[in-house]
Ligand binder design. Structure first.
Ligand code: F3S
Length: 483
């Protein structure tokens, strides 16, 4: 049997053609090669946590690899076993403790056997309770009919989640989808997906910032979250412990109420390995550029020396981009949190040149966009208030394009209640909740060029949505949209 081997990780969501099984990831040494029926050896996967659903698509098209061999544990690739793919992880194996085996005995067979094999194959010997779960893989655009069928099967078996479980953005605003221009057939599928999650007991928050809408357990708690930007934020800012879970894995953990104890749940894996020093002060969207640069180079925790003054929104942007360009799950930004690290950390310097390089790589065109799309990750109230201020300071309104801000439903209600949504509307700015620029079908609606301030969105708009991208700060984008 043919063996394909690469030292480069794969981003399943946008790096593989589900129809042909071909690797399409830019700059990948296996680009153009089909993985169907082969043994694929890679270090791990990167990018979106929705990638797990790709294996169901490959299975439907008879293009799954025979076996995947991973150097490191990776819960986005591991659910390939549910599509009949053998997965081997080249880490030390373990046996579940008798106590954990007993805790599995009350669970449905397919849930308990998945958790057992996932745990043991990744070197974990016990299952630990989780305080909450957060599930990605909600948009019909990303999970398609094969994801829908998977959810139907879980509901058909009567499964329910056992812990507080929130949901990532869908493919449309659940109320304002007509204004967004979402096609009818898409609306029907999306509503069915949301209803299936509700039947499983999942709260349809539909936001990638669950920590801003009540899913924020006490520091030190273990959780099972599968939105990569939220994972980095949880580990780095909220003091929670979670692996970068695939959407399927976090749903399984939510149904079981426990998760395997390996990876970021263990103290020894949370120790920083590198110190990153910034040569210049940065602000706003530049944190996303920095995160993207870091994520491309480091997969383990890093200490970033000069970002202790960043606000929470900037840390959110940094983590989101680092998880989009790579697999980073945690960074440190406070000196006191790394004071106990015994060894001298190797130091890496990042300057303006590196950030410009990221911006140039992610921007594909110049000029006027068809759409300015802000809110990846979902904008906080503070970020929206800044946009309101920028529009108050100018006489003109949005011309010759559309201007979207994506946020959580609670923020949208607050904006409505305070007359701010209407004020933005008069300037041509539309507020949407439950969805985002990547999970909604922008290309099908007819957009071609999207301006954004998010490095994560820029990456996926280019590689997943196949759109042209203008990446800039929010001031530049307001200027572009109003001139
Ligand atoms: Fe959130 Fe969509 Fe970005 S889910 S992190 S706004 S790609």
């Amino acid at each position: 049997m043919e063996i394909l081997e690469s030292k480069k990780p794969i981003s399943w969501l946008d790096g593989v053609n589900v129809e042909t099984g071909e690797i399409v990831q830019e700059n990948h040494d296996l680009k153009g090669v089909s993985i169907a029926g082969k043994i694929l050896k890679i270090p791990y996967s990167t990018g979106s946590t929705v990638g797990s659903y790709v294996f169901f698509g490959l299975k439907k098209n008879k293009k799954t690899p025979k076996k995947i061999v991973l150097e490191k544990s990776d819960s986005i690739t591991f659910p390939a076993v549910l599509a009949g793919v053998e997965v081997e992880v080249l880490t030390k194996k373990a046996k579940l403790s008798p106590h954990s085996l007993r805790s599995l005995s009350n669970l449905p067979e397919e849930i308990s056997s998945y958790l057992k094999i996932d745990c043991e194959s990744n070197g974990g010997d016990e299952l630990i309770p989780i305080a909450s779960a957060h599930v990605s893989g909600v948009s019909y655009l990303t999970i398609k009919d094969y994801g829908l069928n998977f959810l139907r099967s879980l509901v058909g078996k009567g499964y329910k989640v056992k812990v507080l479980t929130t949901l990532n953005p869908a493919g449309m605003d659940l109320e304002d989808h007509l204004k967004q221009g979402i096609p009818t057939q898409f609306v029907e599928k999306q509503i069915e997906i949301i209803n299936l999650f509700r039947k499983l007991g999942v709260i349809s928050t539909c936001t990638c910032t669950p920590y801003l809408v009540g899913n924020c357990p006490l520091r030190g708690s273990s959780v099972s979250w599968s939105e990569s930007s939220a994972v980095v934020y949880a580990n780095s800012v909220l003091g929670l412990k979670t692996n970068r879970e695939g959407g399927i894995k976090s749903l399984i953990s939510a149904i079981a109420g426990v998760t395997p104890n390996y990876g970021m749940h263990k103290r020894e894996n949370r120790v920083p390995k590198t110190k990153i020093t910034l040569e210049n002060r940065i602000k706003g969207y530049e944190y996303g550029l920095l995160g993207y640069w870091i994520g491309e180079r480091f997969s383990g925790p890093v200490y970033i020396k000069e970002v202790s003054e960043a606000d929470k929104d900037e840390l959110k942007a940094l983590g989101a981009a680092a998880a989009a360009s790579g697999k980073l799950e945690m960074f440190y930004f406070k000196k006191e949190d790394v004071k106990d690290v015994s060894q001298e950390l190797p130091q890496v310097k990042v300057g303006r040149e590196e950030l410009v390089e990221v911006k140039e790589k992610l921007s594909t065109v110049n000029g006027k966009p068809d759409l300015v799309a802000l809110g990846c990750p979902h904008y906080s109230l503070k970020e929206i208030l800044k946009v309101i201020e920028l529009f108050r300071n100018r006489k003109t309104k949005v011309k010759g394009c559309r201007f979207h801000i994506y946020t959580n439903k609670a923020n949208k209600v607050f904006l409505e209640r305070n007359g701010l949504k209407e004020e933005l509307g008069r300037k041509g700015v539309e507020i949407y909740s439950d969805t985002c620029m990547v999970t909604s079908p922008l290309k099908e609606i007819g957009y071609r060029v999207v301006g954004t301030d998010s490095s994560k969105a820029a990456r996926y708009l280019k590689t997943f949505s196949k759109l042209e991208v203008i990446l800039g700060n929010v001031e530049e984008l307001v200027e572009l949209a109003t001139k």
